[in-house]
Design a protein around this ligand. Structure first.
Ligand code: GLU
Length: 303
């Protein structure tokens, strides 16, 4: 496996869900993934994760792309949309079914809640632990969703920021959903298929997704896909101490003030804030050009 400092090629990505504009928290993930790609001389791609159609907000994709541009975070290739790639997810699911690694499930959310006596805290994209009710057949009920069979050893990996990690997926979440009852492919399947298809070598994203990584590595192994290196950045907390998110009303970043937004994101990553606003940047740049101009004139006189 490649190490962060010794890689043959680097390709990173930012993969926002278009559920609203970028806010201070999502800009941190975007900036971190962009900086990591630039620092490694790699490529940086943007993928719009609109596979969860009920949560997709019309037009949010265009807003996000223009916010990234306004902040100078330019991608090295045109963006891709997951909604245009469902054939890839279908093929991956078919191969898991053919290998008896996925099975249909008839359970409703209520059935699963009733089977889970303990109330579990669920980070983003997590689910209630599935008790395995349909593992051995549907018992005459109609299939609603498809799940991955998660037997096997605990998954261990090294996160570049959070350090060594271990999760027994079967124990923590059980057989998880690949194709949902509403017909949408699940985030876990789409992200794994896309990261592999796009040749992503390094994933840099917010720490709220750390808990999903073991599921994704398990799926990569089932689909015989490579595992990228992972780095999960610290979360940005709001004044109330809660994670900034669209759900709890985080403000869209103000693209009229991209330097302010970038400074906030950089500071959240432990990087030094750059002084001043656009006036300061203009003054610094024009002063640098003025002295370069004087040097060019001296050079012209000397020749
Ligand atoms: N689209 C996912 C989200 O916004 C992020 C996916 C990822 O970076 O792996 O929650």
């Amino acid at each position: 496996m490649q190490s962060a400092d010794n890689f043959l090629h680097y390709r990173g990505r930012f993969a926002p869900s278009p559920t609203g504009p970028l806010h201070a928290g999502s800009l941190v993930a975007a900036l971190a993934s962009w900086l990591d790609a630039r620092a490694h001389g790699g490529q940086w791609l943007v993928r719009i994760e609109d596979v969860d159609t009920p949560r997709t907000v019309h037009g949010a994709d265009r807003v996000i792309l223009s916010q990234l541009e306004a902040c100078g975070l330019h991608a090295d290739a045109p963006p891709v949309w997951q909604s245009a790639r469902t054939g890839l997810y279908r093929a991956a699911l078919d191969s898991l079914v053919a290998g008896a690694l996925a099975y249909p499930c008839a359970c409703s959310r209520k059935d699963i809640e009733n089977a889970n006596t303990a109330h579990v805290l669920r980070p983003r994209h997590a689910e209630l632990r599935y008790p395995g009710t349909c593992r051995h057949g549907l018992h005459g009920k109609a299939a609603r969703a498809w799940r991955l069979r998660t037997e096997g050893a605990a998954i261990s990996w090294q996160d570049r920021a959070a350090g060594p990690q271990t999760q027994d997926v079967d124990d923590a979440v059980g057989d998880f959903v690949l194709l949902r009852a509403d017909g949408c492919f699940a985030y876990q399947l789409a992200v794994v298929v896309d990261d592999a298809d796009q040749g992503i070598s390094h994933v840099v994203r917010g720490a709220d997704l750390l808990d999903n990584t073991a599921r994704q590595i398990q799926l990569q192994r089932c689909l015989q896909l490579p595992t990228p290196q992972y780095l999960h950045t610290p979360l940005v907390l709001g004044a109330n101490g809660e994670k900034l998110s669209k759900q709890n009303g985080a403000q869209a970043i103000d693209t009229n003030e991209p330097l302010h937004a970038l400074n906030q994101a950089a500071t959240a990553l432990g990087l030094p804030a750059q002084p001043g606003g656009i006036d300061h940047a203009l003054a610094v740049w024009t002063a640098a050009w003025a002295s370069a101009w004087a040097g060019a004139e001296r050079q012209a006189r000397a020749t």
